[in-house]
Design a protein around this ligand. Structure first.
Ligand code: AMP
Length: 414
């Protein structure tokens, strides 16, 4: 027997309905904020991610699903931003409108060690607003994060924000850390000793206690930010205050990817355990031009769908019972007639189904009940002779005969 590969999941029908709920809520709210959907391919040239995310990042070093074909190397996308920026440039989207707001949903792939909250195929739900540096846009995007989380009926989340500054400021911060940590390298955890070499900014948000102590002693606040970036960040915080978005300034918050600049943010939830990030995002003001596009600012975020579902209360909000009509045929002639009836019901937009397992009347009614059917239509020899069907109301238990020719209209009215 074949089994699914580690780190992947079957989303079974019952669970899929909760996914649809989160997706429906998201689509509605994204459209209220005037975002439209984009669906880039799941595979891209591997070089796109190497260039965008940065060669020394964990994703590029260890987690890419690569497909080699002669001289080409493709990658299953590990995240959405790089593909969307590629699509923005390649399709000349800036020609129609230099400023564009896009959202996306779909699977992402990272070759991680599978564990609770970490899969090899997981799903992102996110957005990108490309074409502006305005701090009010950062405020809109972070308040959209807040709005979505409330709509998913998630409580107890924390929004943490920070500013990495522009590319120059980031370099300054990198140098600061290099200097501050050089002679303390031996006391850092194994991961951070590697980070010191490959991606020193990530030392800042290490959760290890001894690393935290060392970092806190360096007392890094916003000294590395230039005047413009400082003002930008102040405006973002003021805007969030004015919208009463609850956030925490987190001076040690950094993101794992090279393209982030200026405002960065992360949403955490304590019920998630060790992998406590529900989602994250930030500005990437140099990425569009780095990939060959115009020099425009941009900001986006992505939530992990699986993690949203773990903490959303929407699973306990019962979906209203659909008005399913269950059609029962007693005998071959009834079956033939009901084939047509089912077609007419569905043409009229009435959700309907029937029994294909030759159940008895009692068995078919039990099945209708299990499916949560609102009405059952029964056709047997008697009904055929009289040109009627028996309509059973599964809520009141009442039953009556309705002329076959009238049943679709009758149910439409009901
Ligand atoms: P990132 O692009 O790493 O910032 O991811 C954004 C969000 O996606 C995270 O906050 C998680 O909720 C989710 N996520 C990232 N990697 C995984 C994974 N391997 N399995 C499940 N969810 C993930």
């Amino acid at each position: 027997m074949f089994k699914k590969i580690p780190g992947t999941k079957d989303i079974l029908p019952e669970e899929a309905s909760w996914w649809q709920k989160i997706e429906d809520i998201s689509r509605k709210i994204f459209s209220i904020y005037n975002y439209t959907e984009i669906r880039p391919p799941l595979i891209e040239e591997a070089g796109l991610f190497n260039r965008s995310l940065g060669k020394s990042t964990e994703i590029i070093r260890k987690q890419m699903f690569l497909i080699k074909k002669k001289n080409d190397v493709y990658a299953l996308r590990p995240e959405g931003t790089a593909s969307i920026v590629r699509a923005y440039i390649e399709n000349n989207l800036q020609k129609k409108s230099p400023f564009i707001k896009l959202y996306y949903l779909g699977p992402m792939f990272r070759l991680e060690r599978p564990q609770m909250g970490r899969q090899r195929q997981f799903h992102h739900l996110g957005c990108e607003a490309i074409g502006a540096h305005d701090p009010c846009l950062d405020v809109e995007v972070i308040s959209l994060v807040d709005r979505l989380l409330k709509a998913y009926a998630i409580e107890g989340y924390k929004i943490k924000i920070n500013s990495l500054g522009c590319i120059k400021d980031r370099k300054e911060l990198t140098q600061l850390l290099n200097k501050g940590l050089r002679d303390k390298r031996g006391s850092l955890c194994t991961d951070c000793r590697l980070r010191f070499k490959n991606n020193i900014l990530r030392v800042l948000d290490c959760k290890n206690k001894s690393c935290r102590d060392i970092i806190e002693k360096l007392d890094i606040q916003d000294g590395h930010l230039c005047g413009e970036c400082k003002t930008h960040f102040i405006q973002v915080k003021k805007g969030l205050d004015s919208l009463k978005v609850d956030y925490q300034a987190a001076p040690y918050l950094v993101r794992g990817l090279d393209y982030y600049t200026s405002t960065v943010f992360e949403v955490t939830h304590q019920d998630l355990g060790a992998q406590d990030a529900l989602g994250a995002g930030g500005r990437y003001d140099s990425l569009v031009s780095d990939l060959g596009g115009p020099d425009v600012g941009a900001i986006g975020f992505a939530f992990g769908m699986e993690r949203l579902l773990l903490v959303s209360r929407c699973q306990s909000i019962k979906a209203p019972k659909e008005n399913l009509v269950y059609v029962v045929s007693l005998g071959e002639e009834a079956k033939r007639q009901n084939l047509k009836l089912l077609n007419e019901l569905r043409q009229a937009g009435i959700i309907s189904d029937t029994d294909y397992e030759a159940r008895s009347l009692k068995g078919a009614l039990r099945r209708a009940n299990d499916l949560g059917a609102r009405y059952v239509l029964i056709t047997g020899e008697d009904e055929i002779k009289k040109g009627v069907v028996t309509l059973k109301d599964m809520v009141s238990g009442e039953q009556r005969e309705v002329k076959s020719d009238d049943i679709v209209e009758d149910l439409k009215r009901a």
